[in-house]
Design a protein around this ligand. Structure first.
Ligand code: ATP
Ligand code: MG
Length: 294
């Protein structure tokens, strides 16, 4: 039988101590109602109003801490989990920390496509993902130099011919005279769970925690939209509105006018706004939503 993750009764969550993910992770946890003090200074942080404690560590260590049941959950980039090959369960993508792991080489040099990596030296912090990709794409001779930071300057220092590094906008690559050759792994921050068996109490806590995250994510993707329109335009407006549920239609003091309220996905707002105006809607207001339970 699997050993139970025996790390006390609080739900223990590993998060990055200090880096790109830290503030967004804390913002997400605060967004679902969890309250903490002074997260910048501690290694371990007890939540004031939910049975959760945070372990703040380097992101590289998060997948293994979760795999080994030292922590029940972790918030970490998919790139790190994939590189460490930790055996954990991905509960959901958290829709921040989007980036890709890419092979890149000096601009206008001899490396223009994946097959040109044959016989080259590649600097990376992701030796496993890089070798695995090259081997699966017909490149069988290459040398990997594993470095943990400032990978993009390796070609200029003549430490390597090319690199494989995380890219989001591509600005860092360009600033270092490099061109992206191939994206080998798409990543975002994920919530991972240990595969160790958990007590019923902890599993219940995780279910509650997940429900809060789902409601929060749903709310972030949605907006409350209000508008006024002539009563005879209401059927047309109902057709335009991309909401799953029927909108609320309320009479106004002016009997020829009605107020229409509904919730729509944010990315649809700009698409339908022009159509709503053309159909006769006026005074269109959109509001953020704190949380949403469907
Ligand atoms: P640590 O000290 O915790 O090991 P780190 O230097 O390894 O930190 P950060 O640079 O803080 O890590 O990046 C953390 C994560 O942010 C990455 O693993 C990746 O998932 C994500 N990320 C998003 N965009 C980028 C980017 N442009 N460059 C690097 N990481 C990015
Ligand atoms: Mg790291």
């Amino acid at each position: 039988m699997e050993r139970t993750a025996d790390n006390g009764t609080s739900l223990r969550i590993a998060i990055q101590k200090s880096g790109r993910l830290t503030d967004k992770t804390i913002k997400l946890l605060e967004g679902i109602g969890l309250r903490f003090d002074n997260y910048k200074r501690s290694l371990m942080l007890q939540c004031r109003n939910f049975d959760v404690e945070l372990l703040l560590i380097r992101d590289d260590d998060i997948p293994e801490y979760v795999q080994d049941g030292v922590c029940d959950l972790g918030v970490v980039g998919a790139n790190v989990t994939a590189e460490t090959r930790a055996e954990v369960t991905v509960l959901r993508g958290l829709d921040f920390g989007h980036c890709r792991l890419s092979l890149a080489a000096p601009k206008n040099g001899s490396i223009q496509q994946v097959k040109d990596f044959q016989g080259t030296t590649i600097a990376t912090s992701y030796p496993y993902l890089t070798s695995n990709y090259l081997e699966n794409n017909g490149v069988d001779q290459f040398n990997i130099v594993t470095i943990s930071g400032a990978v993009e300057i390796a070609p200029r220092l003549e430490v390597a011919d090319a690199i494989c590094d995380l890219v989001s906008s591509g600005n860092t690559l360009r600033a270092n005279g490099l061109d992206e050759v191939e994206a080998i792994f798409e990543s975002q921050t994920e919530l991972i769970q240990t595969n160790r068996e958990l007590s019923v109490g902890k599993q219940n806590l995780i279910d509650k925690f997940l429900l809060r995250i789902e409601s929060h994510q749903q709310a972030e993707r949605s907006r409350y939209i209000m508008m006024n329109a002539p009563v005879d335009a209401v059927p047309k407006i109902k057709e335009i509105i991309p909401s799953l549920k029927s909108p609320t239609v309320m009479p106004l003091a002016d009997e020829k006018m009605a107020a229409i309220h509904t919730v729509i996905p944010i990315e649809q707002f700009w698409v339908v706004m022009e159509q709503l105006k053309a159909a006769g809607a006026s005074g269109i207001v959109i509001l953020p939503i704190e949380s949403m339970i469907l």
